[in-house]
Design a protein around this ligand. Structure first.
Ligand code: URA
Length: 249
């Protein structure tokens, strides 16, 4: 059940305060009846709400979060007993009563951008190979990959489950102060095979020391701190929908 003014606000009809005024003015009906000016609780799934005779539909009943997944936290919607999952990371406050699940996976030893939602249609498309959603990673690798390695990664490397599709790859930093040095590599892939980034870099001889996802389709991780989460904006949700060719609302 949900307060009528909240439902109206969520549906884009008016702010909550203005929705109270609309209710008091008698413009709003619930199942054909004028509710009391103090408002009422409605069942958004069953009750029909109209404003001046026009049906009101919420923009979305789904919830969409971005999490900066910490190290060691596992990407699953199942109860894993003692192991910390991404659902534990967002907690009850994040879920807000929704049955969230992660969109795609990150390894336990990968940090970064993970979307959680209860929108099955959008999640299905975002992870379907057909839509080739871009995933951006920053990897710190041992040593210093040369231009030939980079070209190989760009064109596709032979892995045991087949050759990878073309990827964007560039060196973004080098730290020569440790051992033989380590290099930060930015990589954008449009597939999502198991441990793909690690295996691609290993295939050209550079072990991945740490891996962070910084972009997912149109979304950027930005300054969200590790372990932090936030609700996606309407604009971000719309951009995700566009990325998988769902009609704009
Ligand atoms: N590639 C990997 O190797 N690991 C991830 O978690 C994601 C992509």
């Amino acid at each position: 059940m949900e307060r009528l003014n909240r439902f109206l606000a969520r549906s884009g009809v008016a702010s909550r305060r203005a929705a109270d005024e609309l209710i008091a003015s008698g413009s709003v009906r619930v199942n054909g009846e004028v509710p009391p000016p103090s408002g009422i609780l409605i069942d958004p799934d069953r009750d029909e709400v109209t404003v001046d005779g026009r049906a009101v539909k919420p923009l979305t009943r789904h919830r969409y979060l971005m999490l900066n997944k910490p190290l060691g936290v596992i990407t699953t919607a199942k109860d894993e007993g003692s192991r910390t999952t991404v659902l534990d990371s967002v907690g009850n406050e994040g879920a807000a009563g929704h049955r969230l699940f992660p969109v795609g996976r990150l390894d336990a030893d990968t940090t970064g951008l993970l979307v959680l939602t209860d929108d099955g249609d959008l999640a299905f498309r975002l992870t379907h190979p057909r839509y080739k959603v871009a995933k951006e990673y920053l990897a710190v690798v041992a040593g210093s990959p040369g231009e030939r390695d980079m070209e190989t990664l760009r064109r596709g490397v032979d892995l045991e489950d087949g050759k990878t599709a073309p990827a964007e790859v560039e060196v973004v930093g080098f730290d020569g102060s440790v051992g033989a040095g380590r290099t930060e590599v930015r990589m954008v892939i449009r597939e999502g095979r198991h441990r793909q980034v690690r295996r691609m870099l290993q295939a050209v001889g550079h072990h991945v020391q740490s891996l962070r996802r910084t972009g997912f389709g149109p979304l950027k991780l930005g300054r969200l701190k590790v372990g932090g989460w936030r609700v996606l904006s309407e604009g971000e949700i719309e951009a995700l929908r566009r990325a998988v060719r769902i009609e704009p609302r």
